[in-house]
Design a protein around this ligand. Structure first.
Ligand code: DGI
Ligand code: FE
Ligand code: FE
Length: 195
């Protein structure tokens, strides 16, 4: 199926503002894919699909998750903000017949990150932070980092998310910590080599 086919489906599943966000993430993901050598077509597709179920009600999300054979951990069940990433990865499999594991995983881990992130995981994770519609404090800094180093941008995003969640006393997913620890350790090793 063509990108346009998926784009039309996504446009019908969400309000115009979030569809705009999805298009911006797809565009930014292509830009980052070109820059860092990821597959541009996969980046564009994962980008447009990444928030596919963000405006889908809880029971419908749960049905995609069940149909995809995914079992949520207790903590995932208790973190509604994480559902759309998991149910989105389930939805694209069971409703859109997407079978590409890299695309499925990039959607699944776009909110939390994880240990062992693929290049595509990183591109989507960062594109969600740096897409044209983002205007949080620090977005310019994040865009500068993303233009220098994809890994630095992933680490910066994870650090930002963990600080924000901890500040608000919200549970932090193990995948988020695992991703953060791996990227932070990688950075420490690289810094050691410089000296
Ligand atoms: O879907 P978007 O709004 O484009 O962005 P997103 O998928 O990164 O979702 C961001 C939200 O998810 C934000 O409210 C923080 C929350 N979040 C991110 N990581 C975690 C998390 N919530 C919990 N409970 N645990 C996490 O590890
Ligand atoms: Fe999201
Ligand atoms: Fe998003």
């Amino acid at each position: 199926m063509s990108f346009k086919y998926y784009e039309d489906i996504i446009s019908m599943r969400m309000k115009p503002a979030r569809f705009k966000h999805s298009k911006n993430v797809a565009k930014e993901a292509v830009r980052l894919a070109k820059k860092y050598g990821a597959d541009e077509n996969k980046a564009e597709l994962a980008g447009i699909l990444h928030d596919a179920t963000k405006e889908t009600d809880g029971p419908e999300q749960m049905s995609y998750i069940r149909r995809a054979g995914i079992t949520l951990t207790e903590m995932e069940q208790d973190s509604p903000k994480l559902w759309h990433a998991i149910s989105g990865s389930a939805y694209v499999q069971v409703e859109l017949d997407i079978t590409d594991r890299e695309i499925i995983d990039a959607i699944r881990y776009h909110t939390t990150g994880r240990a062992g992130m693929t290049l595509l995981d990183k591109v989507i994770f960062v594109a969600d932070f740096t897409s044209a519609d983002r205007d949080y404090d620090g977005v310019d800094r994040m865009r500068r980092i993303a233009d220098k180093s994809l890994d630095e941008a992933v680490l910066e995003g994870m650090s930002f998310t963990i600080s924000d969640l901890a500040q608000r006393k919200i549970t932090i997913a193990p995948d988020t910590f695992a991703g953060y620890n791996e990227m932070a350790a990688l950075r420490a090793k690289a810094k050691n080599k410089e000296r």
